[in-house]
Design a protein around this ligand. Structure first.
Ligand code: NAD
Ligand code: MG
Length: 402
């Protein structure tokens, strides 16, 4: 009975958007280790009803939100059978309603893809502490997202491991807004993914199981495919630009196969500060939940002797053109980034459904970036419209391949 252990005045009320996913599960794992500090206000998921029901019975949230009415009915039935009083809601408006509810302190934004944009923005606009895993929302909305953070005084804490590492390496400068003057460079690390050593020919014909077989991290399927193409590193490049207000020219991508250093910051005096740890998402999640305090997260000590070596190499833009496309989009602006993100989501979905090959994912992205036109979006509605237009274009481009 995690709920009842909480002393209300000291207990943070948490919404986990995307609670059945990889980040959602890790978040609930950390929360369950600290019943005195956290109470779950709402859980949300698209369609994983059985798992969501188990989570409701364990964490007793006030609300649970699912994608549609059918899922809501099925979930309601299970909860009724188990005498669970959680209110079952459905649809995008309900996601926003729980994210901006006045009783909520912390929102963990862990929905995958553009579907996370509006609920994450709702949490930002109402000044919550927002633990950002859903990088796509920041990639899509860029300046609009960060302006909303400043206006509402939301506490935006990245829990993408690299950005959380950078945040830890420059916390004070970041909070004081002085990062621009004292930081020489951000070194954004990445494992290189499952195809780091593969030839172009083998990469192009890789199948979904191979693409999702990440050497160091266990994650959802979309981010796993993005990690294999290095598009994930590209989205993270754009994410870093906005989060830390740095020029793209000050961000270097470094391939570090062991995933022990999660990123580094180089200062103008030549000092380089790195954050290290086992590759376990509970570390950044725990840090985000209680920053500036630290809590245990169930993560074993890092055994540096067993790790032995830390290696670094430059990314290969020829074998991984997705990274180049994202870096170009970072320079071109929010419209370009939103276009690339939308096309990527559709292309990755088609790859996972085995409609296109791995090589065709980046071919399609290149084609869309060459042919799409966009104006710089001035509001969220324009971002959502652009996302819809690019999705249709990408579906057409994929159909044309059949
Ligand atoms: P996942 O696929 O495991 O889980 C996604 C969650 O979002 C699920 O709960 C699902 O029900 C929900 N969801 C999916 N589509 C939805 C929709 N249309 N409407 C409402 N809910 C929907 O994904 P994940 O690996 O946990 O990743 C989540 C986010 O965190 C992504 O943006 C990813 O880039 C980011 N992230 C993940 C990791 C990781 O280790 N998994 C690391 C860094 C960043
Ligand atoms: Mg990451």
């Amino acid at each position: 009975m995690i709920h009842s252990d909480c002393i209300p005045s000291h207990c943070s009320q948490v919404v986990v958007l995307g609670s059945t996913g990889s980040i959602g599960l890790n978040t609930l794992d950390v929360i369950s280790q600290h019943p005195d500090r956290f109470s779950v206000f709402a859980l949300t998921a698209n369609t994983s009803i059985e798992l969501l029901a188990q989570q409701c019975l364990k964490f007793l949230p006030r609300y649970v939100v699912v994608g549609n009415g059918f899922s809501a009915m099925a979930l309601q039935q299970i909860l009724n059978d188990n005498h669970c009083k959680t209110d079952v809601l459905h649809g995008i408006q309900s996601l926003q309603d729980v994210a901006e509810h006045a009783d909520v302190d912390i929102v963990v934004a862990a929905i995958v893809g553009a579907a996370g944009l509006l609920p994450t923005m709702a949490a930002v606009q109402t000044g919550k502490r927002v633990l950002l895993a859903n990088k796509e929302s920041l990639v899509m909305a860029g300046r609009l997202f960060m302006d909303a953070v400043i206006r509402s005084k939301a506490q935006l804490i990245p829990i993408d491991s690299e950005h959380n590492a950078i945040f830890q390496c420059l916390s004070e400068q970041f909070v004081d807004g002085e990062s621009g003057t004292q930081v020489r460079k951000i070194l954004l690390t990445g494992s290189g993914g499952p195809f780091r050593t593969w030839s172009v020919k083998d990469i192009r014909r890789a199948n979904p199981e191979e693409a999702c077989n990440h050497p160091n991290w266990s994650m959802g399927r979309k981010i796993s495919v993005d990690s294999a193409s290095l598009m994930n590193k590209g989205l993270e490049f754009i994410e870093a630009k906005w989060l830390f207000d740095v020029e793209p020219s000050k961000i270097d991508v470094v391939i570090h196969p062991q995933s022990i250093i999660h990123s580094m910051v180089e200062y103008i005096d030549g000092s380089v500060i790195a954050q290290l740890g086992n590759p376990d998402m509970r570390i950044p999640i725990a840090y985000g939940l209680t920053y500036p305090d630290r809590i245990t997260a169930g993560v074993p000590s890092l055994d540096v002797i067993a790790v032995g070596q830390l290696n670094f190499e430059a990314p290969d833009m020829m074998r991984f053109p997705g990274l180049r496309l994202a870096m170009e989009a970072a320079d071109a602006g929010t419209g370009a980034a939103a276009t690339l993100n939308a096309a990527n989501e559709v292309a990755v979905e088609a790859f996972l459904a085995q409609r296109i090959s791995f090589g065709q994912v980046t071919d399609i992205l290149q084609q869309i970036m060459n042919t799409a036109h966009w104006d710089e979006p001035m509001d969220l509605e324009s971002v959502v419209n652009l996302d819809g237009i690019v999705r249709s274009m990408t579906r057409e481009a994929i159909s044309a391949l059949d």
